[in-house]
Design a protein around this ligand. Structure first.
Ligand SMILES: Nc1ncnc2c1ncn2[C@@H]1O[C@H](COP(=O)(O)OP(=O)(O)OP(=O)(O)O)[C@@H](O)[C@H]1O
Length: 310
């Protein structure tokens, strides 16, 4: 499990992360979402010990990463695909990492390197120099490095970057499999659309602060407005309000209404009870993207070329 509590990082003029607290559970894929500059990378760098918090803490399985006995075996990290050395081959880089981690060739031997290269789809490209690879392939090398020592926790900053649609689909499957194996998987993105089919939960931040922690399955069920056209809307709504406590409505186009807080069944029964014919009754699922954009609307730093100061 990853846990951050009151995590804060202040640079001279910028508070990049402020009083951030959340948990990432094992066996799930958790998306870490926020607009550009929200503080995702800074938070991840603090989780993995590359940046010191100004205040608060980040723990992995109950301890700061520096106190873990063998960090590489416990936490796999992908922060920047371009951190992989251009002059080395993928296999050479992984071999070097295995040695640098001091885990020895006994545990992370040639077999393991072959296995992770296969797992990230680079089975045939292990001997290519990293500098000759596309961004998508370099991301895969970074993922292979993160998976090398079979860690229980994965912290991945924008792993989708540079992957083509096939690559995105592949990564989605890989992350789901890793979570199904009981691992804790945290990945950042600034796009909800990348998370919709990948994550179980999302932690949304904006301007360094927690905006929302959401279970995507709950989110899909919640707040589905229903579009209603009926012959006598006033009577239908009065009846509906008698039956369902908190119903909100707003006029949309023409004579249609949008009703929030009641199901189509409840609306249909209320209309029947007052004898008003229903002309249209349609739930309109809001996309997760819409909900996310609404949540982060106040926290967008850069929009259409204008920078909003903090
Ligand atoms: N070393 C630093 N010195 C000063 N300011 C920094 C430093 N690192 C990050 N920041 C600032 O902290 C804020 C958060 O940056 P961060 O990179 O963590 O955001 P992010 O959510 O990862 O953004 P993106 O999606 O664009 O990568 C930004 O305003 C950034 O300019």
């Amino acid at each position: 499990m990853i846990e951050v509590r009151d995590l804060t990082r202040v640079y001279r003029a910028t508070t990049a992360v402020e009083d951030l607290s959340f948990r990432v559970q094992p066996g799930t894929v958790t998306g870490f979402l926020g607009p550009n500059g929200a503080g995702k990378s800074t938070t991840m760098r603090m989780m993995v010990g590359l940046e010191r918090p100004t205040r608060g803490w980040a723990h992995i399985d109950g301890r700061p990463i520096a106190e873990l006995a063998s960090p590489l075996r416990e936490v796999g990290v992908l922060l920047d695909a371009d951190a992989c050395p251009a002059g080395m081959t993928a296999r050479g880089h992984l071999r070097w990492l295995a040695r640098a981690a001091g885990v020895g060739t006994g545990r992370i031997g040639t077999g393991r390197i072959g296995t992770v290269l296969e797992r990230v789809g680079l089975g045939g490209a292990g001997d290519r120099r990293i500098g000759t690879m596309s961004l998508g392939m370099r991301q895969r090398v970074g993922l292979a490095a993160a998976l090398l020592a079979d860690p229980a926790t994965l912290i991945l900053d924008e792993p989708v970057n540079g992957l083509d649609p096939d690559g995105v689909r592949w990564l989605r499957g890989l992350l789901r499999d890793l979570a199904a194996e009981g691992r804790t998987v945290l990945l950042s993105s600034h796009l909800m659309s990348e998370m919709e089919q990948t994550a179980d939960r999302v932690v949304v931040i904006g301007r360094g602060r927690l905006v929302a922690e959401l279970d995507l399955a709950d989110m899909r069920r919640a707040a589905v407005p229903v579009r209603l056209r009926t012959v006598d809307p006033d009577r239908v709504l009065a009846e509906l309000r008698d039956r369902v406590a908190s119903v909100a409505t707003r006029a949309v186009d023409g004579d249609a209404l949008e009703v929030v807080g009641a199901t189509p069944d409840e609306i249909g029964v209320a209309a029947h009870a007052v004898g008003s014919a229903v002309l249209e009754l349609a739930p309109r699922a809001r996309s997760l993207e819409e909900i996310y954009l609404q949540l982060t609307d106040d926290a967008v730093d850069y929009r259409a070329g204008t920078e909003v100061s903090r």
